[in-house]
Design a protein. Structure first.
Length: 489
């Protein structure tokens, strides 16, 4: 009498890429109850109910896209379906999404006690990948709610949008309170940022065992600089498109924001700081200078795939409007050097699906000032980093660290980020030799365009597994949305 299978699935012939090993080994991967259960050469196929042949493709840990926006420009429940499909086709298995009260998202103010359960209700059953949220405390009330969010929902990562202090999402704004949906007596300013940091430091003191995964992320641009330079650039007819937008939000605004945020973190003993989407040489240099100035602060530095692949001369100019802006090629190459020097901690998409009609004005299609900010790109995150990184000598395990391991550790996703026994069986199979030209028509995103259009990338995602189940294969997203909310507690 034969013994029953001991594994649910075996994925055979995987060239396994792990964040902690330089070597890429040809192995079989055994999966049981959604976890990696056996990793070894030549696992007996009789020991499994199902066998999948990876055909010697590279196997990366499922990508943790630690910076996405779901529901910013269209209803959250709809956005979750289409944009998590896009994530799955790009090898992303975990989506971490920034969200806040105010205009866009749910278009509501008030407490997170009321707001966040609605976010979760709209999310449930609509994600094809696992997901969680980072939350921005917009009002003083929200600072008091950080402990509740941590205790009840496992939210340990929070955010500050520094430029909202006197600037809207897309440009100059004199109506901060209306945009953020806070009362007239409140200000979203440096003092508010300080009090958020003090609140976070207090939360870390209250939960010493969770200190490493309680952190604050910052979008570092200073509103006063943006306001002044936008007025100058709008009156300068020699600048247009992405060149104009980059000049209107100059790199030294990023650098100044980073210095202010870093000193406030030092003042408040807010020890875990994530500096988001560093876009320029000046921003990266400021971040590294602050690391030297305040060695007791655990800084993490983030770069997006957009800022690594695009520059101000991209032919898809207006499509590529984003905050902070796409920069000149010299900045792009400086960011790549920082990546190769291990000065960048993770790479993300900053995915924000923004429909074409919101991006391009029918009356004035080349007017960069009329375009909404942000674009999608989670489906090109792994391929983009693999393609451009490989050209520059970036190792596969370094890619795995930046795309999976590092963000999973920072944000408390303790069962994600590696191909190892006991971890969630999140895996992406990639053909390192297959090249393709980016075409938005092939994307699952509802966006309908991409600023990466026409770019040839080498390294194509062939299959994506979430907790052992194949959710993307043969250029198709499969099945129903089975993504789970990740309570990081």
């Amino acid at each position: 009498m034969s013994e029953p299978p001991i594994l649910d699935k075996i994925i055979k012939n995987v060239r396994v890429v792990c964040p902690h090993h330089d070597a890429v080994e040809l192995l079989d991967i055994g999966i049981k109850d959604g976890k990696f259960a056996q990793i070894a050469p030549n696992i007996n196929p009789d020991h499994s109910q199902e066998v999948f042949d990876a055909k010697n493709l590279l196997g990366f840990p499922g990508v943790v896209d630690a910076h996405m926006h779901i529901g910013i420009y269209q209803p959250l429940d709809q956005d979750a379906v289409t944009e998590s499909k896009a994530a799955a086709m790009g090898g992303v298995t975990t989506s971490l999404n920034y969200i806040r009260t105010g205009k866009y998202y749910l278009n509501k103010g008030g407490s997170y006690q009321d707001f966040f359960p609605e976010v979760l209700a709209l999310s449930q059953g609509n994600f094809f990948v696992d997901y969680s949220y980072h939350i921005a405390p917009i009002s003083s009330q929200h600072i008091d709610e950080m402990q509740m969010l941590f205790e009840e929902y496992g939210i340990g990562s929070f955010k500050i949008f520094m430029f909202y202090g006197g600037y809207g999402l897309h440009g100059l704004s004199e109506q901060q309170n209306l945009f953020l949906m806070i009362n007239k007596a409140e200000r979203y300013d440096f003092a508010h940022f300080e009090f958020i940091m003090r609140g976070l430091a207090k939360l870390r003191e209250s939960y010493p065992e969770a200190q490493e995964r309680i952190s604050l992320s910052l979008h570092c641009e200073v509103a006063e600089i943006l306001n002044a330079y936008t007025k100058i650039v709008e009156n300068d007819s020699s600048l247009s498109g992405l060149h104009a937008y980059s000049a209107a939000r100059p790199p030294h605004s990023e650098g100044l924001g980073i210095c202010i945020a870093s000193y406030l973190a030092h003042e408040t003993n807010c020890a875990n700081i994530n500096l988001l989407h560093l876009s320029s040489r000046k921003a990266m240099e400021a971040a590294l200078t602050m690391q030297t100035a305040f060695p007791h602060i655990n800084f993490r530095r983030e770069v997006t795939v957009g800022h690594l692949l695009l520059d101000v001369d991209t032919p898809n100019g207006t499509w590529a409007k984003v905050n902070p802006p796409i920069r000149p090629r010299v900045d792009v190459e400086y960011l790549w050097q920082a990546v190769l020097n291990h000065q960048v901690d993770w790479i993300v998409s900053d995915h924000a699906c923004c429909a074409a009609e919101q991006k391009i004005s029918a009356k004035d299609p080349n007017n960069i000032w009329l375009a909404k900010s942000g674009f999608g790109g989670t489906e090109y995150l792994l391929s983009g980093v693999f393609s451009e990184g490989s050209k520059r000598g970036m190792s596969y395990n370094h890619m795995a660290k930046l795309l999976s391991w590092n963000p999973s550790r920072r944000f408390g996703l303790l069962t994600k980020g590696d191909i190892a026994i006991g971890y969630d069986a999140d895996l992406v199979l990639l053909d390192p030799n297959e090249s393709f030209v980016v075409n938005a028509v092939e994307s699952e995103s509802q966006q309908g365009y991409t600023p990466f259009a026409g770019m040839e990338l080498t390294g194509r995602v062939k299959s994506t597994f979430l907790r052992g189940n194949v959710i993307y294969n043969n250029r198709q997203v499969l099945g129903l949305p089975t993504g789970r909310y990740l309570k990081r507690s």
